[in-house]
Design a protein around this ligand. Structure first.
Ligand code: MG
Length: 275
């Protein structure tokens, strides 16, 4: 937790008065925030602005968690025991993840995202996540995390069963670009699942010749179908694509909110015909 200290130095009296701001209350954090914006740029190819306060929310279609065990050729990224397949960064240096591992899940804790040691391009990804009950915070602070494909393209993780935020930032949204086609969220305390098919972008030099696409199944409900991203993940702005390599690590976001993950596996789809 960051602590801001305001110090007023009355040097003539050799007196230092320091007023420390109260710690952030995680239970009410974000509860006064507006549920969207109207001063943000228009999303390319859409009539909506980034995090548009007027953008309709999808219908609620609560699904059922899918708990598929890893297929024989999957890379098991987390089997409930340790985060040995992951790393974190602190001040630009690689460090051991600070996330908690207990009771078969990994829980966001400490500082830093967790990033896979292995890099991936086209993938099939399965993971399960849970928002602990009671939920801390509101809106974008209600159990925010994220599945960040290639470290650039986020599928949002958030409490969206009760909590309301802008449509392109709710659970399973392509953050800042596309709301899910349905709100398949389950109540806090229940495990939820994402099954994701991601096709990496293709470049010829600095020119993108194929945009990245994603298909997302949230709790057994299709919420994106081979949807093309229109840029990289960003808050309140449109961030254009940046050239990157054919493979990159997968990231799970630490948004300083308590979220749990379990049963994470990935199948690289090298050689898969993605035309
Ligand atoms: Mg997020």
């Amino acid at each position: 937790m960051k602590k801001s200290i305001l110090c007023v130095l009355a040097s003539s009296l050799v007196l230092t008065v320091c007023a420390q701001q109260p710690p952030v209350d995680r239970k009410t954090r974000g509860c006064g925030d507006p549920p969207g914006y109207s001063d943000t740029p228009v999303i390319p190819g859409q009539p909506w602005k980034v995090h548009d306060i007027a953008r309709p929310h999808p219908a609620k279609v609560p699904g059922t968690v899918v708990t598929t065990p890893p297929p024989a050729d999957a890379v098991v990224l987390f089997n409930g025991k340790d985060l040995s397949q992951w790393k974190s960064y602190a001040r630009g240096r690689e460090v051991t993840p600070q996330w908690k591992v207990e009771n078969g899940y990994a829980e966001v804790a400490g500082r830093g995202d967790v990033v896979t040691k292995q890099q991936f391009g086209d993938i099939q990804l399965h993971l399960e996540w849970q928002v602990p009950s009671p939920v801390e915070g509101c809106g974008q602070w209600a159990a925010n995390s994220g599945v960040i494909l290639m470290g650039r393209y986020e599928i949002q993780v958030l409490e969206s069963f009760n909590s309301v935020t802008y449509a392109d930032g709710q659970a399973s949204a392509i953050y800042g670009q596309f709301p899910p086609r349905a709100n398949a969220s389950l109540a806090p305390g229940q495990w939820q699942s994402y099954d994701i098919l991601f096709e990496a972008p293709k470049w010829e030099g600095s020119k993108m010749v194929k945009a990245p696409t994603v298909t997302v199944i949230h709790n057994g409900v299709m919420v994106h179908h081979r949807q093309e991203f229109v840029g990289q993940m960003a808050h309140r702005i449109h961030k254009p694509f940046e050239v990157h390599g054919p493979e990159a690590p997968l990231t799970l976001q630490n948004h300083d909110a308590t979220v749990r993950f379990r049963n994470i596996w990935i199948r690289p789809l090298k050689g898969y015909d993605t035309k």
